[in-house]
Design a protein around this ligand. Structure first.
Ligand code: XMP
Length: 325
């Protein structure tokens, strides 16, 4: 049975408590690991990033991080992971660009849950292949946090590195498993991770794949990635990035008529979505001021290839869900 958080454990709500947690965890990690080697799937999300930074402090290059690029990451994300972990923290980082493998397997697949299953399965396959190449690794670190243990994950299939093939036996190391998200962020800040990583908005495991509804095509995926980058930049500039819980773009699988340079076009549309939530079980829609919307619209229409229309999704959860798939 899963062990539960000690009710007397203090909430980590200050730099001092975060520092004390880090010190204690370094001691516990060293005790559990001894002179063995540890493997970690580093997605670049808050939880796995904090675990990586903690482990680098505790055991240095006896940690190997594997960052799998499934081709569904946001613009600049793999570069950010490499910059922070390899260049700044000196991590032993293996970067696997498996984009083509994922996108080839997803070609023509329309059903959302089948898409998730394919992404989850190939992720495990790629990670297991990397794990088999390494010698003498007996421990798998994971960024499991307390809500992962106590809360049901809702109605959509989620994936993590659980479910590795049987020939891979790892002892688990889960140093933040009793922390809530805000505590993980405190610890991340105390470890010196960049604010853009520590305060990153939630990002689904299947990534931009669920924002490219229906069968994923490379042109629509590129339009999602570019429009998402514009939305994020503009939300940063106007300060909404600090206020809004989750914001992203969707490019549906159908086209509409437009006109450009006197010529008829038949192109895709970008949908903007910005929502506030506490725990993702319900969500309200953030009001985006029209001048901000117009600036984002102008940039998307000018900079994103194959797009001739911009819409805003104002549906709360329920009745809608946050993502479109
Ligand atoms: P929905 O769309 O169900 O999303 O309202 C609730 C929250 O969960 C995220 N989400 C996912 N996260 N794997 C994940 O790790 C998934 O398959 C997945 N689907 C949705 C979504 O971004 C939102 O924050």
């Amino acid at each position: 049975m899963q062990q539960l958080r000690d009710p007397n454990m203090r909430r980590i709500d200050s730099r001092e408590l975060a520092d004390a947690f880090i010190e204690e965890q370094i001691r516990l990690i060293r005790e559990q690991v001894g002179d063995r080697k540890v493997l970690l799937a580093l997605s670049g999300g808050v939880d796995s990033s904090v675990v990586a930074a903690l482990l680098i402090k505790a055991i240095g290059d006896r940690l190997t991080c594997v960052h799998v690029n499934h081709g569904l990451l946001r613009k600049g994300e793999p570069e950010m992971v490499i910059k922070v972990f390899k260049e700044q923290l000196g991590a032993n980082l293996i970067y696997v660009d498996a984009a083509d493998r994922f996108l080839d397997a997803l070609a023509g697949v329309e059903d959302p849950e089948t898409k998730r299953k394919i992404i989850g399965k190939i992720f495990i396959d790629v990670f297991a292949e990397e794990a088999r190449k390494l010698e003498g690794v007996s421990i798998l670190a994971q960024g499991t946090i307390y809500p992962d243990i106590t809360e049901s994950k809702g109605i959509k299939a989620h994936h993590n590195v659980g479910g590795l093939p049987e020939d891979l036996h790892f002892e688990l190391l889960e140093p933040v498993k009793f922390l809530y998200k805000d505590e993980v962020r405190q610890v991340g800040e105390a470890l010196g991770l960049p604010a853009s990583m520590v305060y990153r908005q939630p990002f689904p495991g299947p990534g931009l794949g669920v924002r490219c509804p229906g069968a994923i095509t490379r042109d629509r995926l590129e339009a999602v990635r570019e429009s998402d980058a514009i939305l994020r930049e503009e939300f940063e500039i106007c300060g909404l990035s600090k206020k809004v819980w989750q914001y992203f773009t969707i490019v549906p699988p159908f086209r509409s008529t437009g006109i450009k340079d006197g010529r008829r076009t038949f192109d895709y549309m970008v949908v903007l979505r910005a929502v506030n939530s506490v725990d993702a079980t319900s969500a309200s829609v953030e009001e985006i001021p029209y001048p901000v919307l117009f600036k984002i619209r102008d940039r998307i229409l000018a900079e994103v290839a194959g797009v001739n229309r911009v819409l805003v999704d104002i549906s709360p959860k329920p009745i809608a869900t946050i993502e479109w798939e």
